[in-house]
Design a protein around this ligand. Structure first.
Ligand code: GAP
Length: 450
Protein backbone atom coordinates (compact mmCIF):
# COMPACT_ATOMS: atom_id res chain seq x y z
CA UNK A 1 0.00 0.00 0.00
CA UNK A 2 2.83 2.43 0.89
CA UNK A 3 4.32 1.90 -2.56
CA UNK A 4 1.03 2.77 -4.22
CA UNK A 5 0.60 5.87 -2.03
CA UNK A 6 4.13 7.04 -2.92
CA UNK A 7 3.62 6.39 -6.62
CA UNK A 8 0.33 8.32 -6.52
CA UNK A 9 1.99 11.33 -4.94
CA UNK A 10 5.13 11.30 -7.09
CA UNK A 11 3.35 10.80 -10.40
CA UNK A 12 0.40 13.16 -9.90
CA UNK A 13 -2.38 10.65 -9.23
CA UNK A 14 -3.43 11.51 -5.67
CA UNK A 15 -2.14 14.04 -3.13
CA UNK A 16 -2.95 14.50 0.54
CA UNK A 17 -5.85 16.99 0.90
CA UNK A 18 -4.77 20.48 2.12
CA UNK A 19 -1.19 19.21 2.18
CA UNK A 20 0.52 22.60 2.52
CA UNK A 21 -1.35 23.07 5.83
CA UNK A 22 -0.25 19.71 7.15
CA UNK A 23 -3.13 17.87 5.51
CA UNK A 24 -6.63 17.07 6.65
CA UNK A 25 -7.36 13.51 7.77
CA UNK A 26 -9.16 11.23 5.33
CA UNK A 27 -9.28 13.76 2.48
CA UNK A 28 -7.40 13.40 -0.80
CA UNK A 29 -6.95 15.53 -3.92
CA UNK A 30 -6.73 13.92 -7.34
CA UNK A 31 -3.86 15.25 -9.47
CA UNK A 32 -3.58 15.53 -13.27
CA UNK A 33 -3.17 11.78 -13.86
CA UNK A 34 -5.54 10.66 -11.11
CA UNK A 35 -8.43 12.83 -12.27
CA UNK A 36 -8.17 11.32 -15.76
CA UNK A 37 -8.25 7.77 -14.35
CA UNK A 38 -11.17 8.53 -12.03
CA UNK A 39 -13.10 10.23 -14.85
CA UNK A 40 -12.54 7.14 -17.00
CA UNK A 41 -13.84 4.89 -14.21
CA UNK A 42 -16.98 7.03 -13.94
CA UNK A 43 -17.46 7.23 -17.74
CA UNK A 44 -17.13 3.44 -18.11
CA UNK A 45 -19.62 2.87 -15.28
CA UNK A 46 -22.10 5.34 -16.81
CA UNK A 47 -21.72 3.71 -20.23
CA UNK A 48 -22.42 0.28 -18.78
CA UNK A 49 -25.24 1.14 -16.36
CA UNK A 50 -26.97 4.01 -18.15
CA UNK A 51 -26.07 4.41 -21.83
CA UNK A 52 -25.99 0.71 -22.68
CA UNK A 53 -28.61 -0.30 -20.13
CA UNK A 54 -32.05 -0.36 -21.66
CA UNK A 55 -34.58 1.64 -19.63
CA UNK A 56 -32.04 3.29 -17.30
CA UNK A 57 -31.90 7.07 -16.91
CA UNK A 58 -29.43 9.41 -15.23
CA UNK A 59 -30.00 12.26 -12.77
CA UNK A 60 -27.73 14.75 -11.06
CA UNK A 61 -29.55 15.72 -7.89
CA UNK A 62 -28.60 18.45 -5.39
CA UNK A 63 -26.17 17.51 -2.63
CA UNK A 64 -28.15 19.56 -0.10
CA UNK A 65 -31.64 18.17 0.29
CA UNK A 66 -34.66 19.02 2.41
CA UNK A 67 -33.93 17.61 5.89
CA UNK A 68 -37.17 15.66 5.77
CA UNK A 69 -35.49 13.41 3.19
CA UNK A 70 -33.11 12.21 5.89
CA UNK A 71 -35.91 11.76 8.40
CA UNK A 72 -37.79 9.61 5.89
CA UNK A 73 -34.71 7.62 4.90
CA UNK A 74 -33.92 6.87 8.54
CA UNK A 75 -30.48 8.50 8.42
CA UNK A 76 -31.21 11.05 11.18
CA UNK A 77 -32.38 8.34 13.56
CA UNK A 78 -30.02 5.53 12.74
CA UNK A 79 -27.10 6.34 10.42
CA UNK A 80 -24.74 5.63 13.27
CA UNK A 81 -21.53 3.76 13.77
CA UNK A 82 -20.08 2.12 16.87
CA UNK A 83 -17.21 4.30 18.06
CA UNK A 84 -14.59 3.78 20.76
CA UNK A 85 -12.11 6.31 22.13
CA UNK A 86 -8.56 5.51 23.16
CA UNK A 87 -8.31 6.94 26.68
CA UNK A 88 -4.55 7.42 26.35
CA UNK A 89 -4.20 9.39 23.07
CA UNK A 90 -7.87 10.47 22.78
CA UNK A 91 -8.13 9.10 19.21
CA UNK A 92 -11.51 7.81 18.10
CA UNK A 93 -12.08 4.67 16.02
CA UNK A 94 -14.94 2.59 14.66
CA UNK A 95 -15.08 -0.65 16.60
CA UNK A 96 -16.27 -2.60 13.54
CA UNK A 97 -13.37 -1.27 11.45
CA UNK A 98 -10.84 -2.19 14.15
CA UNK A 99 -12.09 -5.78 14.02
CA UNK A 100 -12.29 -5.88 10.21
CA UNK A 101 -8.73 -4.67 9.90
CA UNK A 102 -7.41 -6.92 12.67
CA UNK A 103 -9.05 -10.00 11.12
CA UNK A 104 -8.21 -8.92 7.55
CA UNK A 105 -11.88 -9.09 6.66
CA UNK A 106 -12.34 -12.66 7.90
CA UNK A 107 -14.73 -11.73 10.74
CA UNK A 108 -18.26 -10.73 9.71
CA UNK A 109 -18.78 -7.69 11.96
CA UNK A 110 -22.32 -7.21 10.61
CA UNK A 111 -23.34 -10.16 12.74
CA UNK A 112 -21.91 -8.74 15.98
CA UNK A 113 -23.66 -6.71 18.65
CA UNK A 114 -21.79 -3.91 20.46
CA UNK A 115 -21.20 -6.23 23.43
CA UNK A 116 -19.76 -8.91 21.16
CA UNK A 117 -17.46 -6.37 19.47
CA UNK A 118 -16.19 -5.14 22.84
CA UNK A 119 -15.57 -8.73 23.90
CA UNK A 120 -13.69 -9.56 20.66
CA UNK A 121 -11.49 -6.45 20.98
CA UNK A 122 -10.69 -7.34 24.60
CA UNK A 123 -10.02 -11.03 23.91
CA UNK A 124 -7.74 -10.29 20.95
CA UNK A 125 -6.20 -7.31 22.70
CA UNK A 126 -6.60 -5.02 19.69
CA UNK A 127 -4.48 -2.00 20.58
CA UNK A 128 -5.01 1.60 19.52
CA UNK A 129 -3.62 1.84 15.95
CA UNK A 130 -2.34 5.34 16.74
CA UNK A 131 -0.52 5.04 20.11
CA UNK A 132 -0.37 1.26 20.55
CA UNK A 133 -2.03 1.25 24.00
CA UNK A 134 -4.96 -0.87 25.09
CA UNK A 135 -7.27 1.43 27.04
CA UNK A 136 -10.65 1.81 25.36
CA UNK A 137 -13.90 3.50 26.36
CA UNK A 138 -17.05 1.39 25.91
CA UNK A 139 -18.67 1.55 22.45
CA UNK A 140 -21.07 4.43 21.78
CA UNK A 141 -23.17 5.12 18.67
CA UNK A 142 -22.36 8.31 16.66
CA UNK A 143 -24.29 9.75 13.74
CA UNK A 144 -22.09 10.00 10.65
CA UNK A 145 -23.85 12.81 8.81
CA UNK A 146 -22.14 16.19 8.46
CA UNK A 147 -24.42 19.02 9.51
CA UNK A 148 -24.49 22.55 8.26
CA UNK A 149 -27.09 25.28 8.39
CA UNK A 150 -28.85 27.68 6.08
CA UNK A 151 -30.70 30.90 6.66
CA UNK A 152 -30.35 34.61 6.02
CA UNK A 153 -29.88 35.58 9.66
CA UNK A 154 -28.28 33.75 12.55
CA UNK A 155 -31.65 33.57 14.31
CA UNK A 156 -33.26 31.96 11.30
CA UNK A 157 -31.06 29.00 10.74
CA UNK A 158 -32.17 25.55 9.72
CA UNK A 159 -30.07 22.49 10.17
CA UNK A 160 -29.31 20.73 6.89
CA UNK A 161 -27.02 17.85 6.02
CA UNK A 162 -24.41 17.01 3.43
CA UNK A 163 -25.84 13.89 1.78
CA UNK A 164 -24.29 10.67 3.10
CA UNK A 165 -25.39 8.77 -0.03
CA UNK A 166 -26.58 9.74 -3.50
CA UNK A 167 -29.43 7.20 -3.48
CA UNK A 168 -32.04 9.52 -1.95
CA UNK A 169 -31.72 11.89 -4.93
CA UNK A 170 -32.81 8.97 -7.10
CA UNK A 171 -35.72 7.95 -4.85
CA UNK A 172 -37.21 11.43 -4.52
CA UNK A 173 -37.07 11.84 -8.30
CA UNK A 174 -38.74 8.52 -9.04
CA UNK A 175 -41.99 10.03 -10.34
CA UNK A 176 -40.29 12.99 -12.05
CA UNK A 177 -38.17 10.61 -14.09
CA UNK A 178 -40.98 8.15 -14.72
CA UNK A 179 -43.38 10.82 -15.95
CA UNK A 180 -40.90 12.87 -17.98
CA UNK A 181 -39.50 9.82 -19.78
CA UNK A 182 -42.79 7.86 -19.84
CA UNK A 183 -40.76 4.91 -18.53
CA UNK A 184 -42.56 1.73 -17.64
CA UNK A 185 -41.64 -0.31 -14.60
CA UNK A 186 -39.13 -1.98 -14.52
CA UNK A 187 -36.72 0.91 -15.11
CA UNK A 188 -33.63 2.34 -13.47
CA UNK A 189 -32.32 5.67 -12.20
CA UNK A 190 -28.59 6.23 -11.85
CA UNK A 191 -26.46 8.95 -10.40
CA UNK A 192 -22.78 9.69 -9.85
CA UNK A 193 -21.93 12.25 -7.21
CA UNK A 194 -20.25 13.24 -3.99
CA UNK A 195 -21.32 11.85 -0.64
CA UNK A 196 -20.02 12.84 2.79
CA UNK A 197 -19.61 10.82 5.97
CA UNK A 198 -17.99 11.73 9.24
CA UNK A 199 -15.65 8.75 9.16
CA UNK A 200 -13.10 8.82 11.92
CA UNK A 201 -11.15 5.60 11.42
CA UNK A 202 -7.95 6.24 9.41
CA UNK A 203 -8.97 5.11 6.03
CA UNK A 204 -6.33 2.98 4.24
CA UNK A 205 -5.64 5.76 1.73
CA UNK A 206 -8.74 6.45 -0.41
CA UNK A 207 -10.59 3.35 0.78
CA UNK A 208 -12.48 5.17 3.51
CA UNK A 209 -12.69 8.94 3.27
CA UNK A 210 -15.01 11.62 4.59
CA UNK A 211 -15.82 12.92 1.08
CA UNK A 212 -16.13 10.43 -1.76
CA UNK A 213 -17.98 9.75 -4.97
CA UNK A 214 -20.68 7.14 -5.29
CA UNK A 215 -22.00 5.56 -8.45
CA UNK A 216 -25.48 4.32 -7.58
CA UNK A 217 -28.24 2.72 -9.59
CA UNK A 218 -31.78 2.00 -8.38
CA UNK A 219 -33.83 -0.50 -10.36
CA UNK A 220 -37.58 -0.03 -9.80
CA UNK A 221 -39.52 -3.23 -10.35
CA UNK A 222 -42.70 -5.01 -9.36
CA UNK A 223 -42.80 -7.11 -6.21
CA UNK A 224 -42.36 -10.72 -7.29
CA UNK A 225 -39.77 -9.92 -9.97
CA UNK A 226 -37.35 -8.47 -7.37
CA UNK A 227 -35.54 -11.76 -6.61
CA UNK A 228 -34.57 -12.30 -10.23
CA UNK A 229 -33.43 -8.70 -10.73
CA UNK A 230 -31.39 -8.88 -7.52
CA UNK A 231 -29.50 -11.86 -8.92
CA UNK A 232 -29.11 -10.11 -12.31
CA UNK A 233 -27.52 -7.12 -10.59
CA UNK A 234 -25.11 -9.31 -8.65
CA UNK A 235 -23.92 -10.73 -11.97
CA UNK A 236 -23.89 -7.36 -13.75
CA UNK A 237 -21.82 -5.82 -10.97
CA UNK A 238 -19.30 -8.68 -11.03
CA UNK A 239 -19.07 -8.63 -14.84
CA UNK A 240 -18.34 -4.90 -14.82
CA UNK A 241 -15.47 -5.33 -12.34
CA UNK A 242 -13.83 -8.10 -14.35
CA UNK A 243 -14.37 -6.24 -17.65
CA UNK A 244 -12.34 -3.28 -16.38
CA UNK A 245 -9.47 -5.41 -15.27
CA UNK A 246 -10.06 -7.02 -11.86
CA UNK A 247 -8.97 -10.63 -11.53
CA UNK A 248 -12.06 -12.65 -10.45
CA UNK A 249 -9.85 -14.46 -7.93
CA UNK A 250 -9.56 -11.17 -6.06
CA UNK A 251 -13.35 -10.78 -5.81
CA UNK A 252 -15.85 -12.58 -3.64
CA UNK A 253 -19.51 -12.23 -2.80
CA UNK A 254 -20.37 -11.67 0.82
CA UNK A 255 -24.06 -12.30 1.41
CA UNK A 256 -25.39 -10.48 4.47
CA UNK A 257 -26.90 -12.73 7.08
CA UNK A 258 -28.05 -9.88 9.31
CA UNK A 259 -30.28 -7.65 7.19
CA UNK A 260 -31.36 -4.03 7.71
CA UNK A 261 -35.04 -3.93 8.71
CA UNK A 262 -36.08 -2.79 5.20
CA UNK A 263 -33.92 -5.21 3.20
CA UNK A 264 -35.08 -8.53 1.80
CA UNK A 265 -31.57 -9.53 0.71
CA UNK A 266 -28.20 -7.82 0.55
CA UNK A 267 -24.64 -8.62 -0.43
CA UNK A 268 -21.29 -6.95 -0.94
CA UNK A 269 -18.71 -7.73 -3.51
CA UNK A 270 -15.44 -7.68 -1.64
CA UNK A 271 -12.00 -7.10 -3.14
CA UNK A 272 -8.74 -8.47 -1.79
CA UNK A 273 -6.99 -5.16 -0.95
CA UNK A 274 -3.41 -5.27 0.38
CA UNK A 275 -4.97 -4.89 3.87
CA UNK A 276 -7.38 -7.81 3.38
CA UNK A 277 -10.85 -8.53 2.00
CA UNK A 278 -13.07 -5.44 2.15
CA UNK A 279 -16.27 -4.15 0.63
CA UNK A 280 -16.00 -2.74 -2.86
CA UNK A 281 -19.67 -2.48 -3.73
CA UNK A 282 -23.10 -3.35 -2.40
CA UNK A 283 -26.26 -4.80 -3.95
CA UNK A 284 -29.44 -4.56 -1.90
CA UNK A 285 -33.06 -5.58 -2.35
CA UNK A 286 -34.61 -2.61 -0.50
CA UNK A 287 -38.24 -3.69 -1.05
CA UNK A 288 -40.69 -0.76 -1.31
CA UNK A 289 -39.28 0.77 1.89
CA UNK A 290 -37.75 3.96 0.45
CA UNK A 291 -40.63 5.02 -1.77
CA UNK A 292 -43.18 4.13 0.91
CA UNK A 293 -41.28 6.22 3.48
CA UNK A 294 -41.08 9.20 1.12
CA UNK A 295 -44.79 8.85 0.45
CA UNK A 296 -45.45 8.85 4.21
CA UNK A 297 -43.17 11.80 5.05
CA UNK A 298 -43.94 14.00 2.02
CA UNK A 299 -47.63 13.25 1.83
CA UNK A 300 -47.17 12.78 -1.97
CA UNK A 301 -48.27 9.58 -3.62
CA UNK A 302 -45.44 7.38 -4.91
CA UNK A 303 -47.84 4.96 -6.55
CA UNK A 304 -47.07 3.80 -10.06
CA UNK A 305 -49.99 3.11 -12.38
CA UNK A 306 -49.35 0.11 -14.60
CA UNK A 307 -50.78 1.14 -18.01
CA UNK A 308 -51.38 -2.49 -19.05
CA UNK A 309 -53.21 -3.74 -15.97
CA UNK A 310 -54.38 -0.44 -14.41
CA UNK A 311 -52.91 -1.73 -11.19
CA UNK A 312 -51.39 0.81 -8.76
CA UNK A 313 -48.40 -0.17 -6.65
CA UNK A 314 -45.23 1.13 -5.03
CA UNK A 315 -42.30 -0.52 -6.83
CA UNK A 316 -39.59 -2.54 -5.13
CA UNK A 317 -36.01 -1.32 -5.53
CA UNK A 318 -32.83 -3.22 -6.30
CA UNK A 319 -29.95 -0.94 -5.40
CA UNK A 320 -26.45 -1.26 -6.78
CA UNK A 321 -23.90 1.05 -5.23
CA UNK A 322 -20.15 1.44 -5.65
CA UNK A 323 -17.61 4.07 -4.61
CA UNK A 324 -15.62 5.54 -7.52
CA UNK A 325 -12.62 6.20 -5.26
CA UNK A 326 -12.73 2.72 -3.76
CA UNK A 327 -12.97 1.18 -7.23
CA UNK A 328 -10.05 3.25 -8.52
CA UNK A 329 -7.99 2.10 -5.52
CA UNK A 330 -8.85 -1.53 -6.26
CA UNK A 331 -7.82 -1.03 -9.90
CA UNK A 332 -4.49 0.44 -8.84
CA UNK A 333 -3.83 -2.36 -6.34
CA UNK A 334 -4.66 -4.84 -9.09
CA UNK A 335 -2.41 -3.13 -11.63
CA UNK A 336 0.69 -2.25 -9.58
CA UNK A 337 3.66 -4.42 -10.42
CA UNK A 338 7.42 -4.46 -10.00
CA UNK A 339 9.22 -6.42 -12.71
CA UNK A 340 12.82 -7.48 -12.43
CA UNK A 341 14.60 -6.60 -15.70
CA UNK A 342 18.27 -7.22 -16.45
CA UNK A 343 19.66 -4.11 -14.77
CA UNK A 344 16.71 -2.54 -13.04
CA UNK A 345 13.30 -2.97 -11.48
CA UNK A 346 10.48 -1.74 -13.68
CA UNK A 347 7.49 -0.27 -11.82
CA UNK A 348 4.46 -0.63 -14.05
CA UNK A 349 0.70 -0.11 -13.69
CA UNK A 350 -0.92 -2.82 -15.81
CA UNK A 351 -4.16 -0.88 -15.67
CA UNK A 352 -6.84 -1.67 -18.28
CA UNK A 353 -6.24 0.59 -21.36
CA UNK A 354 -9.83 1.85 -21.10
CA UNK A 355 -9.12 3.12 -17.58
CA UNK A 356 -5.58 4.46 -18.16
CA UNK A 357 -5.18 8.25 -17.89
CA UNK A 358 -3.41 8.61 -21.22
CA UNK A 359 -3.84 6.06 -23.98
CA UNK A 360 -0.76 7.07 -25.93
CA UNK A 361 2.46 8.91 -25.06
CA UNK A 362 4.08 10.62 -28.02
CA UNK A 363 7.88 10.55 -27.67
CA UNK A 364 10.11 12.17 -30.32
CA UNK A 365 13.57 10.63 -30.17
CA UNK A 366 15.35 13.90 -30.90
CA UNK A 367 14.55 17.59 -30.59
CA UNK A 368 14.42 18.08 -34.38
CA UNK A 369 11.51 15.63 -34.48
CA UNK A 370 9.38 17.75 -32.16
CA UNK A 371 7.29 19.37 -34.91
CA UNK A 372 6.27 15.98 -36.26
CA UNK A 373 5.66 14.75 -32.72
CA UNK A 374 3.43 17.72 -31.92
CA UNK A 375 1.43 17.13 -35.13
CA UNK A 376 0.84 13.50 -34.21
CA UNK A 377 -0.06 14.46 -30.63
CA UNK A 378 -2.61 17.07 -31.83
CA UNK A 379 -4.27 14.60 -34.16
CA UNK A 380 -4.44 11.82 -31.53
CA UNK A 381 -5.90 13.97 -28.71
CA UNK A 382 -9.00 14.40 -30.87
CA UNK A 383 -9.64 10.68 -30.23
CA UNK A 384 -8.41 10.13 -26.65
CA UNK A 385 -6.20 11.68 -23.95
CA UNK A 386 -2.48 11.56 -24.77
CA UNK A 387 0.73 12.66 -23.16
CA UNK A 388 3.70 14.31 -24.88
CA UNK A 389 7.23 13.95 -23.52
CA UNK A 390 10.48 15.00 -25.18
CA UNK A 391 12.66 15.31 -22.05
CA UNK A 392 15.35 12.80 -21.07
CA UNK A 393 16.50 9.48 -22.42
CA UNK A 394 13.93 7.32 -24.19
CA UNK A 395 14.40 4.64 -21.52
CA UNK A 396 13.51 7.07 -18.72
CA UNK A 397 10.51 8.32 -20.69
CA UNK A 398 9.22 4.76 -21.13
CA UNK A 399 9.56 4.18 -17.37
CA UNK A 400 7.61 7.35 -16.53
CA UNK A 401 4.77 6.19 -18.77
CA UNK A 402 4.92 2.63 -17.38
CA UNK A 403 4.50 4.00 -13.86
CA UNK A 404 1.28 5.83 -14.71
CA UNK A 405 0.01 2.95 -16.85
CA UNK A 406 0.07 4.49 -20.34
CA UNK A 407 -0.64 1.44 -22.53
CA UNK A 408 1.11 2.66 -25.72
CA UNK A 409 4.17 4.77 -26.46
CA UNK A 410 4.60 6.12 -29.97
CA UNK A 411 8.19 6.92 -30.86
CA UNK A 412 9.07 9.39 -33.61
CA UNK A 413 12.39 8.52 -35.29
CA UNK A 414 14.25 9.16 -38.56
CA UNK A 415 12.04 6.74 -40.44
CA UNK A 416 8.96 8.72 -39.34
CA UNK A 417 10.30 11.78 -41.14
CA UNK A 418 10.86 9.71 -44.27
CA UNK A 419 7.72 7.54 -44.51
CA UNK A 420 5.19 8.66 -41.86
CA UNK A 421 5.46 5.49 -39.80
CA UNK A 422 6.15 5.20 -36.06
CA UNK A 423 7.06 2.50 -33.55
CA UNK A 424 4.30 1.67 -31.13
CA UNK A 425 5.46 0.07 -27.87
CA UNK A 426 3.13 -2.05 -25.78
CA UNK A 427 3.37 -1.28 -22.02
CA UNK A 428 2.84 -4.86 -20.84
CA UNK A 429 4.95 -6.88 -23.30
CA UNK A 430 7.35 -3.98 -24.09
CA UNK A 431 7.23 -5.25 -27.68
CA UNK A 432 7.31 -2.74 -30.52
CA UNK A 433 5.55 -2.77 -33.86
CA UNK A 434 5.86 -0.43 -36.83
CA UNK A 435 2.67 1.32 -37.84
CA UNK A 436 1.63 4.09 -40.31
CA UNK A 437 0.65 7.28 -38.43
CA UNK A 438 -2.79 7.08 -40.03
CA UNK A 439 -3.48 3.74 -38.28
CA UNK A 440 -2.52 4.66 -34.68
CA UNK A 441 -5.95 5.96 -33.66
CA UNK A 442 -7.94 2.98 -34.89
CA UNK A 443 -5.39 0.50 -33.48
CA UNK A 444 -5.64 2.10 -30.02
CA UNK A 445 -9.40 2.66 -30.19
CA UNK A 446 -9.88 -1.10 -30.66
CA UNK A 447 -8.00 -1.80 -27.41
CA UNK A 448 -9.73 0.79 -25.24
CA UNK A 449 -13.32 -0.17 -26.00
CA UNK A 450 -15.03 -2.42 -23.50
N1 GAP B 1 -26.98 3.78 -0.85
C1 GAP B 1 -26.33 2.66 -0.28
C2 GAP B 1 -25.05 2.98 0.32
O1 GAP B 1 -24.66 4.12 0.41
P1 GAP B 1 -22.95 1.88 1.40
O2 GAP B 1 -22.54 0.44 1.49
O3 GAP B 1 -22.95 2.67 2.65
O4 GAP B 1 -24.37 1.87 0.70
C3 GAP B 1 -21.94 2.15 -0.98
O5 GAP B 1 -22.01 2.61 0.35
C4 GAP B 1 -20.52 2.18 -1.50
O6 GAP B 1 -19.94 3.47 -1.33
C5 GAP B 1 -19.57 1.23 -0.76
O7 GAP B 1 -19.65 -0.08 -1.24
C6 GAP B 1 -18.22 1.87 -1.04
O8 GAP B 1 -17.75 1.49 -2.32
C7 GAP B 1 -18.55 3.35 -1.07
N2 GAP B 1 -18.24 3.98 0.24
C8 GAP B 1 -19.00 3.96 1.36
N3 GAP B 1 -18.42 4.65 2.34
C9 GAP B 1 -17.26 5.14 1.85
C10 GAP B 1 -16.21 5.94 2.38
N4 GAP B 1 -16.25 6.42 3.61
N5 GAP B 1 -15.15 6.24 1.58
C11 GAP B 1 -15.09 5.78 0.30
N6 GAP B 1 -16.07 5.02 -0.24
C12 GAP B 1 -17.13 4.70 0.50
Amino acid sequence: MDKIVNLCKGRGLIFQGSEVYGGMGNTWDYGPVGVEIKNNVKKLWWKKFVTESENSFGVDAAILMNSKVWEASGHIASFTDPKMDCKKCKSRFRADNLIEEYSKGEIDVDLMSNDEMEKYIAEHKINCPRCGNFDWTPIRQFNMMFETSRGVTDENQNRIYLRPETAQGEFVNFLNVQRSTRAKVPFGIAQIGKAFRNEITPGNFTFRTIEFEQMEHQWFCKEGSDGEFYNDYKKKAHDFLTAIGINPEHLRFHDHEKLAHYAKSACDIQYLYPFGWSELNGIHNRTDYDLARHQEFSGKSMLYLDPMTNEKFIPYVIEYSIGADRLMLALMCEAYDEEQLENETRVVLHIHPAVAAYKVAVLPLQKNMSDKGRDIYRSLVKHFACSYDDAGSIGKRYRRQDEIGTPYCVTIDFETLENDSVTLRDRDSMEQIRLPISEIASYVNDKITI
